[in-house]
Design a protein. Structure first.
Lengths: 486, 220
């Protein structure tokens, strides 16, 4: 039994138990537990990714937990995001307690739910069975619903209700799709491996119907347009570190579920079927999100729509296949990190300006110089400017599709340009000009400043250098999940 | 399966299907919850019948848990909530009753088209019931979109879950007991969370009519 795999998955669960308000540990102790859990997760995820890149898939708990290259790769992204979001949360909640926005009990509630959310996502990534993955993803909805409504305002409760209802509906459709896969003859138990190996004998029509339910169901969680309506509301109402987890991780976890099922479907039917569906959702998400980014008035919603746009890019990468898959995988990591950076930096903006409306935020460069720089770096990475890695991944994704789908690729490029101009317009309005009266000039010291700064450095760093074990993992995943050879 | 078993399954499946239709027509919350109880009971009995007919004790255990959770615990939660906040009537549908029934008829026709028969070869004995199940699934989804009331939406989700479980059972999908318990655990947590949200919505908005919740639009 591989104890390190179990420890990786169980650590956030233990942290959640220790943070619950009924135990009533002192806030300092809860914060220490959260920080320790984040460090332990990160260390174990790094070790796991390295081992899987060398030795291939690892199992634990009688095959219940299963980390293949895709699981290990994304567990690393998850641990990184959870580390930065968790550490930032400590500083951010201290500031909110200081401002009298929340009390100590709410801090404990927050960390308990935050850790449960991380646990559910790790379980989803490591589940050998599609049903366990579904249970875990449903768990993410339940643990985050109260985080979305954390501030107890009517608008936050409304957003959380929308999130709960639409995601529950989506996930039930995903559940139906999963069950339809499992009923197929010779599906051989209920693991990803057994499904894939039996896929040759599946009835094509049944597989197609089942996959449509999977795509619509999990696609709701990914936030594909037109299934996205919960996403901007939930992202804009949740506390910023939670928005970072929602955007940087949760959407990707749901996308991974689709990618895993797609690998099964592509064996059973002509890969053009899944390809066309992904192309539709990819282009629709990219185009609509870009237009809304252009006219957006709220910077947290702006970031939420940017996530939809990035999910569109990822869908295109997976649809195009070949080098597009490898680029999409790398883009997933970049997006997870840059969106975490943008959300936590926007937390600093909110602490200073007490508003999420773009028109009420100006003169950031003077008021929050460090936050402004990291925010700007995050925006540059989000729109895919060089030298950021996202430039390379976006170009590679579009290049992989241009020969087969020139018009569609051109449309995607237009959408990227619109999003770029939109971001530029909004960020200029926020950075320059005079800061409104009453805004305290100067940054808060501590974790709220340190975490975005380190994360910005990391994003710049991995744009220039991708560790060898990460490259090995990506090659392995692209080999397993690409429909055409690299 | 014997003819008697098949006829029993047909009756139970018909109950699940008809319950989804009547859910569209009821306006009193108490009737809605009672109908959901009845539907859940039918699903639980359906699981038991297949468990007994196939000699599968695990299905009987799942049936017992299903009845306990959906036909007893969940309604208790809902009745308690209704008493606490005096929630007698649910908000109207978006579509009027005649249009709702026309839409339901359209869904039933679609469910009896070729699409629904795709899975028939997997379970030839219960194949005639599958279309009815597909109809129940789609009508439950429609219920969620057609209801203006948060309570109706919750019942729509739970009715969808019932319809999916009924279909899975008829198709012969049975997960190991541990996984089934995992699914039921999720459902229990979902019911608790949904109840807490109902309470929060009512306290903050003074209504459960989702069309009157406009705070997000106003704050944009």
């Amino acid at each position: 039994m591989d104890i390190s795999l179990i420890t990786l998955v169980v650590t956030p669960f233990i942290a959640a138990i220790l943070a619950v308000p009924w135990i009533a540990l002192r806030i300092k102790i809860v914060e220490t537990i959260i920080a320790l859990a984040a460090v332990v997760q990160l260390g174990l995820a790094l070790a796991l990714a390295y081992r899987v890149s060398l030795d291939g898939p690892l199992f634990a708990f009688r095959g219940f937990l299963y980390f293949d290259a895709l699981g290990a790769y994304f567990a690393l992204a998850l641990a990184l995001v959870a580390f930065f979001a968790g550490m930032y949360s400590i500083g951010y909640l201290r500031a909110e307690v200081e401002k009298g926005i929340i009390g100590a009990r709410r801090v404990r509630q927050y960390f308990a739910l935050f850790s449960l959310f991380v646990f559910a996502m790790l379980l989803a990534l490591s589940a050998a069975s599609p049903i366990v993955m579904w249970i875990a993803i449903e768990g993410t909805t339940l643990s985050t619903a109260f985080l979305v409504s954390f501030y107890n305002k009517p608008s936050a409760t409304e957003a959380a209700w929308k999130y709960l209802v639409l995601n529950s509906l989506g996930l039930l459709l995903g559940f139906l799709g999963t069950l339809l896969f499992l009923v197929l003859p010779e599906s051989g138990g209920s693991t990803w491996e057994s499904l894939k190996s039996a896929a040759h004998s599946f009835d094509p029509l049944m597989v197609k119907i089942a996959f449509v339910f999977i795509l619509v169901g999990y696609g709701t969680k990914v936030g594909f347009i037109p299934l996205h309506t919960w996403l901007p509301d939930a992202h804009s109402k949740a506390p910023v570190p939670v928005s970072a987890l929602l955007s940087g991780l949760l959407l990707n976890v749901a996308l991974i579920a689709i990618v895993r099922f797609r690998a099964v479907v592509d064996v059973a039917v002509d890969p053009a079927f899944t390809k066309n569906l992904l192309l539709f959702f990819g282009v629709a998400s990219l185009l609509v999100a870009a237009l809304i980014i252009f006219i957006q008035r709220n910077y947290k919603r702006l970031l939420a729509y940017s996530s939809i746009e990035h999910m569109g890019i990822l869908a295109l990468g997976f649809a195009f296949g070949g080098i597009g898959v490898a680029a999409a995988l790398l883009h997933m990591l970049y997006h997870a990190l840059l969106k975490t950076l943008l959300f936590i930096a926007s937390g600093n903006v909110f602490l200073a300006y007490s508003s999420t409306k773009i028109r009420l935020v100006s003169g950031m460069l003077r008021a929050l110089p460090v936050t402004s720089v990291v925010f700007m770096l995050g925006v540059m990475a989000a729109v895919g400017l060089p030298p950021f890695g996202t430039f390379g991944t976006k170009v590679s994704i579009l290049a992989s599709g241009i020969a087969e789908y020139p018009y569609l690729t051109a449309l995607a490029l237009v959408a990227l340009v619109i999003a770029f101009v939109g971001f530029l317009k909004h960020i200029s309005a926020m950075l320059f000009g005079e800061a409104p009266e009453g805004i305290q000039i100067g940054e808060r010291k501590g974790l709220t400043l340190l975490m975005p700064a380190i994360l910005a450095g990391l994003i710049v760093g991995i744009s220039f250098y991708t560790p060898e074990f990460v490259t090995r993992l990506i090659e392995s995943i692209a080999h397993d999940f690409s429909i055409s050879p690299l | 399966m014997t003819e008697t078993v098949l006829q029993t399954l047909f009756v139970l499946d018909l109950v699940v299907f008809l319950a989804t239709i009547f859910m569209h027509l009821l306006h009193r919350n108490v009737s809605l919850i009672r109908l959901f109880m009845f539907q859940s009971l039918a699903v639980g009995v359906l699981l038991s019948v297949i468990g007994l007919a196939g000699g599968e004790p695990e299905l009987l255990a799942i049936a017992a848990v299903t009845i306990a959770v959906k036909a007893v615990i969940a309604p208790l939660f809902f009745f308690n909530m209704m008493r606490r906040f005096k929630l007698e009537r649910t908000a109207n549908n978006y579509l009027s009753k005649p249009f709702t029934l026309i839409a339901v008829a359209g869904i039933v026709i679609f469910s009896y088209s070729g699409f629904a028969s795709a899975f028939a070869p997997l379970s030839p004995e219960t194949a005639p019931l599958l279309s009815l199940n597909w109809a129940a699934i789609f009508i439950s989804i429609f219920l969620m979109y057609n209801r203006r009331g948060a309570f109706g939406q919750i019942v729509g989700i739970l009715s969808l879950e019932n319809s999916i479980v009924a279909m899975a059972t008829l198709l012969g999908i049975a997960q190991p007991l541990s996984l089934e318990l995992g699914i039921v655990f999720d459902l229990v947590v979902w019911i608790v969370v949904a109840n807490l949200f109902i309470a929060m919505l009512y306290r903050q908005f003074g209504t459960l009519n989702v069309t009157e919740m406009r705070k997000l639009v106003e704050e944009e």
